[in-house]
Unconditional design. Structure first.
Length: 139
């Protein structure tokens, strides 16, 4: 086969289904660029618009094992360079998002952590067949 560059960035991920979709994080660490492998169609989602991130850089975007969910870290506000990810910072928290049905935006965000430590490298694994914390004999 041949190699075809699809863009420049980091934190590439393949969709957790057979859709042949993928993403990578842009060099500004704010936008995910999606690409559909079957059609070559591409689009972007600005993750820096998540509540509490306020337009700052994000990092560590990860797809969960369920297509509509992702996780990431942010905001990266400390540092003197164009790339503030290197500065880390105590305000870096973990976020979980739920994509819209067509993956064109993130419909809902939840900040998972809220502490004085920097939180990095999240993973999210969901079993949508159960409801954590609900007894099996509950109505």
């Amino acid at each position: 086969g041949t190699f075809t560059p699809l863009g420049a960035g980091c934190w590439a991920a393949l969709a957790p289904d057979d859709s042949r979709r993928m993403w990578f994080l842009d060099n500004d660490h704010r936008n995910l660029t999606f690409i559909e492998g079957a059609t070559g169609r591409s689009w972007q989602i600005d993750l820096s618009r998540a509540p509490g991130v306020d337009g700052y850089e994000i990092y560590h975007p990860r797809w969960s094992n369920q297509l509509p969910f992702l996780t990431m870290t942010g905001p990266y506000t400390e540092g003197r360079f164009w790339n503030r990810v290197r500065g880390g910072g105590a305000g870096v928290e973990l976020y979980v998002g739920r994509f819209s049905a067509n993956l064109s935006d993130v419909d809902e965000w939840v900040r998972v952590t809220d502490n004085a430590r920097a939180d990095f490298y999240p993973d999210l694994w969901l079993d949508l067949g159960t409801q954590p914390g609900v007894a099996t004999d509950a109505p």
